[in-house]
Design a protein around this ligand. Structure first.
Ligand SMILES: [Zn+2]
Length: 90
């Protein structure tokens, strides 16, 4: 009578440990996928003023309000700079 109960105990323990390991592995994979999405180097750009990592589509820096369109500070100037400024800047 002892041998079958031990067998069931070992079988139940094996199933529980396999399920636990699978759950942990899935959690790790999900975390890695999420991190890769956030830190994809192709999807971010660096603010030239404060070096903050921003989304490639960002027009304004969240940290220092650098304006990527006018290439100057502040949200007041929403227009592009005149062509002379572009030529001297590059
Ligand atoms: Zn900035």
């Amino acid at each position: 009578m002892i041998a079958p109960s031990i067998f069931y105990l070992v079988a139940a323990f094996s199933i529980v440990s396999v399920l636990t390991a699978m759950t942990a592995a899935i959690a790790v994979i999900r975390r890695r996928l999420r991190n890769r999405r956030q830190t994809n180097p192709l999807a971010v750009k660096k603010c030239p003023n404060c070096a903050e990592q921003l989304a490639i589509s960002a027009l304004m820096c969240d940290e220092c309000n650098y304006n990527f369109l006018s290439q100057s500070m502040g949200s007041r100037s929403k227009l592009l700079p005149p062509p002379e400024a572009w030529q001297t800047a590059s």
